[in-house]
Design a protein around this ligand. Structure first.
Ligand SMILES: Cc1cc2nc3c(=O)[nH]c(=O)nc-3n(C[C@H](O)[C@H](O)[C@H](O)COP(=O)(O)OP(=O)(O)OC[C@H]3O[C@@H](n4cnc5c(N)ncnc54)[C@H](O)[C@@H]3O)c2cc1C
Length: 435
């Protein structure tokens, strides 16, 4: 099997037949229309949707508006941090040109500052864009207020000195330097209690840092602070990994809350539940480096556009669709959505984007769409050592609401090969780049 086939296989394994079905529909779509669709955000969700809309109906006028100058991936960034499987920085970063050329949508490299959902106008520093349908695919934002209330200075300091690393680019480069220059001591990773981008990512990152320490004979410890009883994703497999593969390096502190950090004293203040005394104990944790992940919310543009969110900051949709509850012509896909029990993953972003593209193409033709029948699928891989990985596949079914079942793989090298194949397959799918 050539490696990109793992991506196609992953989709099938997760029972998501949407991409296969969508592509086959493209051949029968002959309606010519110049409906204007604007896609805010050229990440995994936005690019998947743009590609699929143009595949299904080449006559649509699709425009992606993205602030980054190049596409930058979070998936596989942990493998790059750990220096496993020869993943290079180029493997995470790609030009947008190949996708624009191949899929023939418009692309505007600009930062969106405002959206008037009633007038249907997007404002950027380069001018305004009008649309008939809007796809919001702008990802997440950090909510440092939950950690430091109104202390903006502290929040800024924390973001710079202890990068969460859930946004690609500078945060990842800084993490890389922190790991490469590490001389010994504690490398602390703090995980928020609420939903955040890619639940397995911080645990995978801990495993990759531990792998790097071991390989480079660095006398370091990776301490994970987690308010949960067990890891948020693949709990049995990660626990097994921490206790077996990385037993001398990773210390997993469950039931532990981050309270504060002092960067001058290099101390993190935590509260950890003592199972014997049944009380939370205040502990001071010395550290050399840290990655402190604050609670996440949908990108602030969602609220700015007047699109309703839940108290936790994730966008409200009109079930069973991906349309915002606040406007029928606005769709919200990818990490920003807060309606369904779908993990905030690139695979899920891709899968939901394909559903939405198909719904919208049908809608423009005056046809309906069976969201309760065509559900997305998810598969998520995590590297845990030099050459081993674990995966989880999620299967969904709509009855009264969306129900999920999952299957977790063993920890093995086959899954690591599959992870790489999945990643480069997805890159090829949305960016049109074969690597
Ligand atoms: C370390 C790590 C590892 C991961 N590994 C995996 C994995 O193995 N498998 C997996 O499936 N998922 C993985 N994920 C999750 C995956 O990265 C996300 O779920 C995915 O990126 C979500 O896609 P999205 O399009 O919703 O958001 P994004 O990919 O974040 O895209 C949002 C885009 O919107 C743009 N944008 C935001 N605001 C504006 C604005 N004002 N103007 C213009 N553009 C704007 C951003 O620049 C960005 O390009 C990982 C995440 C992390 C952090």
């Amino acid at each position: 099997m050539i490696r990109r086939d793992f991506f196609k296989l992953s989709i099938l394994t997760a029972a998501s037949l949407t991409s296969v079905k969508a592509v086959s529909n493209a051949k029968t779509n002959s309606k010519s229309t110049k409906t204007k669709i604007a896609i805010c955000g050229g990440g995994f969700a936005g690019l998947s949707c743009a590609k699929q809309l143009k595949t299904l109906n080449p006559n649509l006028d699709v425009t992606v508006i993205e602030k980054r100058v190049n596409f930058s991936s979070c998936p596989f960034s942990n493998a790059w941090l750990g220096e496993v499987r020869n993943i290079s920085y180029e493997d995470l970063n790609y030009d947008y040109n190949s996708a624009i050329e191949k899929y023939k949508y418009n692309f505007i490299n600009a930062t969106i500052s405002d959206i008037d959902k009633d007038k249907k106008i997007i404002t950027t520093e380069q001018g305004t864009i009008e649309y008939e349908y809007l796809i919001m695919a702008v990802g997440i934002d950090y909510n440092y207020k939950k950690l430091f209330r109104r202390d903006i200075k502290k929040a800024k300091e924390c973001e710079v000195k202890a990068p969460p690393g859930l946004k690609p680019g500078s945060e990842h480069l800084k993490l890389k330097r922190m790991i490469k220059n590490f001389k010994g001591g504690n490398f602390v990773i703090s995980i928020p209690s609420q939903a955040y981008k890619c639940p397995p990512a911080p645990y995978e990152r801990a495993c990759m840092i531990a792998t790097y320490f071991k390989k480079n004979k660095i006398d370091g410890k990776v301490i994970i602070i987690d308010p949960r009883v067990k890891p948020a994703a693949k709990p049995e497999r990660f626990t097994q990994t921490f206790n077996e593969i990385h037993k001398d390096i990773i210390e997993y502190k469950s039931n532990t809350k981050f309270k504060d950090v002092d960067f001058d004293k290099k101390e993190i203040y935590i509260e950890s539940f003592n199972k014997k005394t049944l009380v939370f104990e205040k502990i001071t944790l010395p550290f050399e480096e840290a990655s402190i992940i604050p609670p996440n919310t949908a990108n602030k543009l969602i609220k700015k556009a007047g699109l309703e969110t839940y108290v936790n900051g994730w966008a409200k949709l009109r079930q069973p669709t991906f349309r915002s509850i606040s406007h029928e012509d606005v769709y919200i896909i990818g990490d920003s959505q807060g309606e369904y029990p779908y993990p905030k993953s690139a695979q899920m972003a891709n899968s939901c984007a394909y559903l939405v593209a198909e719904e919208l193409v049908n809608r423009i033709k005056g046809e309906g769409y069976k969201y309760k029948t065509y559900l997305p699928g998810n598969v998520c891989y995590s590297m845990v050592s030099e050459n081993k990985a674990v995966s989880i596949s999620h299967l969904y079914k709509f009855t009264d609401k969306v129900h999920v079942t999952s299957i977790t793989s063993d920890i093995d090298t086959f899954t690591a090969d599959a992870a790489e194949g999945w990643y480069f397959g997805l890159i090829e799918d949305i960016l049109g780049i074969e690597s």
